[in-house]
Design a protein around this ligand. Structure first.
Ligand code: GLA
Length: 782
């Protein structure tokens, strides 16, 4: 990674009316012009404050058909053609505004520079989570001289992570009431041609799929109106030059520390200014801003890389690990879990769980047992029980505390599932407190997964959740909570949605900040709420209910652009897969889940001795390399024909995996590329050992067996439960330089014979390789 270690730098430079914000590799520049509007100058590679004149827009004559701001003073100055730091409606600016207010007199705003200050300590946002541990914050105070509204723009600098965060606060210092319809967290007017948008769209079971689209003149919007950050459009997105690739070119990344309805827009105007802005969704947003009151936006996260997308993602990853994630689990390796859901659903009894699942898991080296849905109240299916916290003693006779004790005795941590924000009508809670459910006026209830959301703006509801989840944790020595939320929010105003999200944050703050040892994994029907707001409380998030490894490659790859591996819950589940019915090798299921917080989610008692042996080896391998998988520098690769590849690097240890989609006859020679190692270092690269299932050879097995056997026979059935065939062990030696450009791997099987060096291809097969410093280099060092 390209870093400017050792170079003394000032993070905020201010000269006259010019502001320069510096991080290790990036600079952000703007200035207050002669009319005191803030004009954007530059966001990109490092520059000097003395570059201001050169980088500034040169305008020498009036544009046709525009409205002149102040004809008497300057008949060339028109806001519509200027790049601004924050755009507002009126005064001749026809670009999309970042603020929209309504009062009896006018919709127009004109915020002018008044003063600025630099603050060194962390500044909190009222009722919303935000990043922490910053170097410094620049606050620019603006005021509209006519309506007397004040607007403060905040710029917080994280120099080592190359991140600048932005947010806005609107203060009503007038005597009148205003209705606020829109207040974006940031606005950035970029001058660049040939820009491409990378957004992350999806649905339940298909989250964060990469969507790439060229930006044309007009407006492209991204957002959510499902009440939460949503799988439909993650709040994070990237703008890049058309030719930017993983390791080359310019890219700008954006995200929001917010979990509710969000909105981002990218408009390209006739002057090729790309106005990029984002914040709370303005849809159905009518906030009454009373005299003396203020409104604070969520924080937006901005980063830039001049050297490709891997570096851009690395900025996000390090920023999230260092300045978003809190608790004892910050930068701490996450335990390997076994989760009961995909193996058992609602259908379990304590004896099944303890005898058949937890015990086997403990033997295999798994560290955390998670009891998923179905343990409480009337919860025999997803139609009932939500809202209640009493243990179902028919399933777990001794209660949760005895179960937790037994799990702890097995040497594992104990975790449990809750869905505190939702309520079923068929529950003791609803019978007592029907007013806890959110209603849509006089309309009938419409259910989502048979449930309704609870009114988290109501203090009684907040207290009920805090008390019950807190008690569940404290009374039962719970080490881990999976906090689910499975209903989207509709029929409410934008302001209600925002108040709900603030209520949620307040509940999470009260439950988890005082219990920093508890590992909290949030979930929302999988990844329907994978965002930086939730990550301020939950160090990891369940990425998707889709655990099919081939689907997961796309999901985890999409997530990796914005979020680090340490935040992604990723499990090995049964094959054929529950949702896709696809059959995949156990090896590939592990090889994908390993680039995440690893877990297993299947009935382990149904596995053969051979599969258990393989899982035990996987668990041991993951533990040995966990730091690299979870916190290493993550790489994606361009141009991998027929393959996808992931890599994680921590010092000399690189772990690269190539995932094959479909096998082709006469395969091309393929290479292994390894990024991020010392170019002059000498490395040994070894493949991770694993076993092939003999059944995959069908009757071809007779070519190597001394006696003729039938592949469908009982005998083969029994043998394959205990015996597999070693995958070829490959060892290569190469310099970091050669590895970066790619080294050839052994031949793939061609159907012309077999020897132990040949790699066996399989549809959906994969191979994992690890690097270590070659012994020759070690000796040379001595
Ligand atoms: C949601 C979650 C799953 C599981 C079920 C339990 O769908 O995403 O992981 O916890 O709920 O009902």
């Amino acid at each position: 990674m390209y870093r400017r270690e050792g170079i003394a730098m000032q993070t905020i430079e201010i000269k006259d009316n010019v502001f320069l914000l510096n991080t290790a590799n990036t600079s952000y520049m703007f200035y207050a012009d002669k009319f005191r509007h803030l004009q954007h100058v530059h966001y990109g590679d490092r520059c000097f404050i003395s570059d201001f004149e050169a980088l500034c827009l040169k305008r020498c004559i009036q544009y046709g058909d525009t409205i002149i701001y102040d004809e008497k003073t300057d008949d060339e100055y028109t806001l519509d053609s200027l790049p601004l730091e924050y755009g507002s409606y009126g005064n001749g600016d026809f670009k999309e505004a970042s603020i929209e207010i309504e009062d009896d007199l006018s919709f127009t705003c004109d915020f002018l520079y008044v003063s600025h200050e630099v603050v060194k300590e962390d500044l909190k946002i009222k009722d919303l989570p935000s990043s922490y541990g910053s170097d410094s914050t620049l606050i620019v105070h603006l005021e509209d001289p006519v309506n007397k509204l004040k607007l403060d723009l905040y710029y917080t600098i994280y120099p080592q992570e190359d991140v600048i965060s932005r947010r806005a606060v609107l203060i009503n210092s007038s005597e009148r009431e205003f209705v606020l319809h829109k207040l974006m967290s940031y606005c950035l007017d970029l001058f660049e041609e040939d820009l491409t948008l990378m957004s992350f769209f999806g649905a339940w079971d298909k989250e964060t799929h990469l969507n790439v689209t060229g930006l044309v003149r007009g407006t492209c919007t991204l957002g959510s109106r499902v009440g939460f950050s949503s799988a439909k459009n993650n709040p994070g997105f990237i703008i890049r030059k058309r030719n930017t690739s993983e390791n080359f070119g310019k890219a700008w990344g954006f995200n929001l520390v917010y979990s509710g309805n969000h909105y981002s827009s990218i408009s390209k105007d006739e002057y090729s200014i790309h106005r990029i802005q984002g914040g709370i969704s303005p849809e159905r947003f009518h906030y009454s801003l009373l005299p003396g009151n203020s409104f604070e936006t969520p924080e937006a996260i901005l980063t830039y890389s001049g050297t490709g997308l891997n570096v851009l993602s690395d900025h996000f990853h390090r920023f999230i690990n260092n300045h978003i994630v809190r608790s004892k689990w910050k930068n701490r390796e996450r335990p390997i879990k076994i989760n009961s859901w995909e193996g058992f659903g609602f259908d379990f009894k304590k004896d099944d769980l303890i005898k058949k699942l937890a015990k086997i898991a403990a033997k295999l080296g798994i560290e955390l047992f998670v009891l998923d849905d179905g343990w409480f109240g009337r919860r025999s299916s997803d139609k009932r029980g939500l809202g209640d916290y009493n243990c179902n003693l028919k399933k777990i006779p001794g209660g949760i505390s005895s179960l937790s004790e037994e799990i702890h005795k097995l040497g594992m941590l104990f975790g449990i599932w809750v869905e505190p924000e939702a309520i079923n009508i068929d529950s003791a809670l609803y019978e007592k407190h029907p007013e806890y459910a959110i209603k849509d006026g006089e309309r009938q209830f419409r259910f989502g997964r048979h449930e309704l959301l609870m009114d988290l703006t109501n203090k009684d509801v907040q207290d009920y959740i805090v008390e019950n989840v807190g008690k569940l944790i404290d009374d039962n020595s719970v080490d881990y909570i999976k906090w689910d939320m499975n209903r989207m929010m509709d029929g409410v105003s934008g302001v209600y949605n925002h108040e709900y999200i603030k209520g949620l944050y307040s509940v999470l703050e009260r439950v988890f900040i005082s219990r920093p040892d508890v590992l909290f994994e949030s979930c929302s029907s999988g990844g329907n709420r994978f965002d930086l707001g939730m990550l301020c409380y939950s160090p990891q998030i369940w990425s998707s209910d889709d655990t099919d490894p081939i689907e997961r490659i796309d999901i985890q790859k999409g997530l990796s652009y914005l979020y680090p591996v340490s935040t992604m819950g990723a499990h090995v589940s049964a094959s054929p897969h529950m949702q896709t019915l696809r059959q995949t090798p156990l090896e590939t299921r592990f090889n994908v889940a390993a680039y995440g917080c690893l877990g297993y989610e299947l009935d382990l008692s149904l596995l053969s001795p051979l599969e258990k042996y393989e899982i035990e080896r996987q668990v041991a391998y993951y533990k040995k390399h966990r730091r690299t998988f979870q916190f290493g520098t993550f790489y994606r690769f361009d141009d991998e024909k027929d393959y996808e590849a992931f890599e994680a690097v921590n010092g000399d240890e690189a772990i690269v995996t190539k995932y094959r989609r479909l096998v082709h006859a006469v395969p091309v020679y393929d290479k292994l590329r390894v990024e991020g190692l010392e170019e002059d270092g000498e490395y040994k690269i070894s493949s991770k050992p694993y076993l092939h299932n003999l059944k995959m050879f069908g009757n071809l097995i007779n070519f190597v067996t001394p006696v003729k056997v039938n592949a469908d026979s009982k005998l083969i059935e029994i043998i394959t439960k205990f015996k597999g065939m070693d995958a070829s062990i490959q060892d290569y030696k190469a310099s970091g330089r050669a590895l970066k450009s790619g080294i050839y791997l052994n031949n793939l099987f061609l159907g012309t014979g077999y020897n132990s060096n040949i790699r066996i291809p399989l549809d959906f097969g994969s191979d994992m390789y690890e690097s270590r410093v070659s012994e020759t280099t070690d000796k040379n060092k001595d």
